[in-house]
Design a protein. Structure first.
Length: 389
């Protein structure tokens, strides 16, 4: 099938909710993608952070094939070994207590929002349900997670949104302190991804944790994009010296298989009882097997993520280009602040064989596979220099 034929199928039968680039990928291998014309691309996007171990990793392929040949789905009315083992692993890595499995980051955030409101209703009854999030945050595209998202550009066309959210500026503790008695939780991204790859200040996060403890607000972290080793620790909150009451995860946890969920801490683990929450496809044996293997592979590279991230950022900043205002991020979650329209640069990079992303209004975003090699970083820097240097 020719590219024009594939594009016609999309134009005729797929809702136009994405402004797609004129590329049809047909194969991936390691840090590389291949289109239907045989052109090779270096992937610095990882499918928006999903392909954390690259494409078609042989251990992942073997684990998924083996599980697919035995048991794919049973529903959550029964126990399966992969689900139990993955929940145990995630609790060990996060230091929290109990996991709920879903399919996506939006579902994961819906779950911790429900947990926060249930906790507050159990303890304080009605009237204490507001959740504070940050301006420039992004928490998903369901109606409720859109309301949680602190970007008005995502809100228009879908009003009225779910009530019960307030947005304040990042790193402004006073704005949080001024909130009223109807607050039950604060939901943070340690690194705001869609908002521009902006890490929060450590002192701010620690002050928020202290405020939450004083007022019995739940401290929640959205780790959908910045979690699962992306920033150089298993979860980004672990670089801030705090312990949350809950966190959401998704994207890179299963190496490309749709899997997400949330993990609750000691204070919140008892809020749900049978029948209060569910997800038909959440925690399938196939997805959990994919995640277990992904986490095993990541355990061999996680300690090198900060060094590789620094290598990439140092290389970019060494360009000394007037097109670049600087870099920001943690680990291998990197934003390049650029002069002009980021999408124009991303398109030019794609034409030269480097797949990147935008973030916010001013940044080119890099989310390479966490298994990327130094040689592949060097290759990417050559293309970045050609376009941004």
């Amino acid at each position: 099938m020719k590219f024009t034929e594939t594009k016609t199928l999309y134009d005729s039968h797929v809702l136009p909710t994405y402004a797609r680039y004129d590329v049809c990928f047909v194969k991936g291998e390691g840090s590389y993608l291949y289109d239907d014309a045989g052109k090779k691309y270096l992937d610095f996007s990882s499918g928006i952070g999903v392909n954390s171990i690259g494409h078609a990793h042989p251990e992942w392929v073997a684990a998924v094939a083996a599980q697919a040949g035995t048991l794919v789905h049973t529903s959550n009315l029964y126990y399966t070994k992969p689900g139990g083992l993955l929940a145990q692993k995630l609790c060990e890595l996060s230091g929290l207590n109990a996991v709920f499995f879903a399919n996506s980051g939006a579902e994961a955030n819906e779950g911790i929002i429900k947990a926060a409101r249930k906790y507050s209703a159990d303890k304080y009854e009605a009237g204490r349900h507001t959740i504070a999030t940050l301006n420039r945050s992004f928490h998903g595209r369901t109606h409720t997670t859109l309301a949680a998202t602190g970007q008005e550009s995502f809100h228009k066309h879908f009003l009225p949104l779910t009530p019960g959210f307030v947005h304040v500026d990042a790193n402004d503790l006073g704005a949080l302190e001024a909130l009223g008695g109807d607050v039950c939780a604060v939901l943070l991204e340690a690194v705001q991804g869609e908002g521009g790859v902006i890490p929060l200040e450590k002192e701010y996060v620690q002050a928020v944790a202290k405020l939450c403890a004083e007022r019995d607000w739940l401290l929640l972290f959205d780790e959908v994009q910045c979690g699962v080793a992306r920033c150089g620790t298993w979860f980004a909150f672990q670089q801030y010296g705090v312990i949350p009451d809950g966190l959401s995860f998704a994207k890179g946890v299963a190496g490309g298989f749709p899997l997400g969920g949330f993990i609750l801490g000691e204070k919140t683990k008892g809020v749900f009882a049978p029948g209060l929450h569910g997800a038909t496809f959440g925690g399938t044996p196939l997805g959990c097997a994919a995640a277990l293997t992904t986490l095993d592979i990541l355990s061999n590279v996680i300690n090198d993520v900060p060094r590789k991230g620094k290598l990439l950022r140092d290389g970019i900043e060494a360009f000394g280009s007037a097109k670049i205002h600087g870099t920001r991020g943690l680990g291998l979650m990197i934003g390049i602040s650029v002069e002009g329209e980021p999408k124009a640069y991303v398109k030019a990079l794609l034409e030269r064989g480097l797949v990147c992303l935008t973030a916010g209004s001013d940044a080119v975003r890099l989310l390479p596979p966490l298994t990327i090699t130094e040689a592949e970083i060097a290759e990417g820097l050559i293309i970045l220099r050609d376009v941004l240097g």
